[in-house]
Ligand binder design. Structure first.
Ligand code: ZN
Length: 260
């Protein structure tokens, strides 16, 4: 599932391959990924316009088109953006294809279609949409982060994944961060002591730095993420058998030996 690092890699694709280019044609192969906009309107607003500088907030990717409107991507569980040549055969799950003047293409591929593409008509509507999100996880300062934890009584894992509090962390990142910080996912956020909260913040910064460089949460064997889908997963740090259970509505993996 795309989290902050994946969306950051899609932003880079847009920035290097599509920014400043004029869209000649918008092909909606499956309108099931359009949210609040028809295929006809999308074509009318986007065809003939140049894509502006893409920016990311949490898991949302925003691309200005022309002077006022913006395309907003939410990748759901399976969405991705790819740069392709017009000669490349389309994949089954290519839902929307933008073709530029030079025949390069931007393809939105999404198997499950849980989210998709919105069109924000003007900067005001865009700000309203972004206001529903907390600060981006990469922009969050340590004092703000520590303050956030002390204000919430819910499980720390749920706080990390709540996009209205802090934007960009999903299931894999949250588990990885808590494992690094040696904090159990069910601990109430406001019960954490100062050292634990600081460890979580430091782990978040480090995990995000590496994952953003890699364009995904890397499934390295030295990371929890690289073990969690094993048949009998073991903690890469202490070798104990990892626990797996639902926490805050998601399958959560942690080490009872290391995380308290
Ligand atoms: Zn362990």
């Amino acid at each position: 599932m795309p989290e902050l690092p994946d969306v950051e890699s899609f932003r880079r694709v847009l920035n290097t391959c599509c920014r400043g280019r004029r869209v000649r044609r918008v092909e909606v192969r499956d309108a099931g990924v359009l949210r609040g906009v028809t295929a006809k309107r999308l074509r009318r607003e986007v065809e003939g316009q140049r894509l502006g500088r893409p920016r990311r907030h949490g898991k949302l990717l925003v691309v200005p088109i022309g002077d006022g409107p913006a395309l907003v991507w939410h990748f759901g569980m399976t969405g991705e953006l790819l740069s392709a040549s017009a000669d490349d055969p389309p994949a089954t799950h290519d839902r929307v294809v933008l073709t530029f003047d030079d025949e390069r293409q931007l393809r939105y591929r999404d198997q499950r279609k849980l989210q998709g593409i919105r069109l924000s008509p003007n900067p005001r509507t865009l700000e309203r949409l972004l206001d529903e999100l907390g600060p981006d996880a990469l922009d969050m300062t340590r004092p703000d982060f520590l303050d956030l934890l002390t204000r919430h009584r819910g499980a720390v894992k749920g706080v990390l994944m709540d996009q209205s509090l802090i934007a960009g962390l999903g299931n894999l990142l949250s588990d990885e961060i808590l494992w690094r910080a040696r904090v159990a996912p069910r601990r109430p956020a406001r019960d954490l002591d100062d050292a634990e909260a600081r460890h979580i913040f430091t782990a978040m910064r480090r995990v995000l730095a590496t994952a953003t460089r890699d364009g995904c949460v890397p499934p390295r064997r030295t990371w929890l993420t690289g073990r969690r889908d094993d048949a009998e997963p073991e903690c890469p740090r202490c070798g104990a058998r990892l626990r797996s259970s639902r926490v805050s509505g998601r399958r959560t993996v942690w080490c009872e030996n290391c995380q308290h």
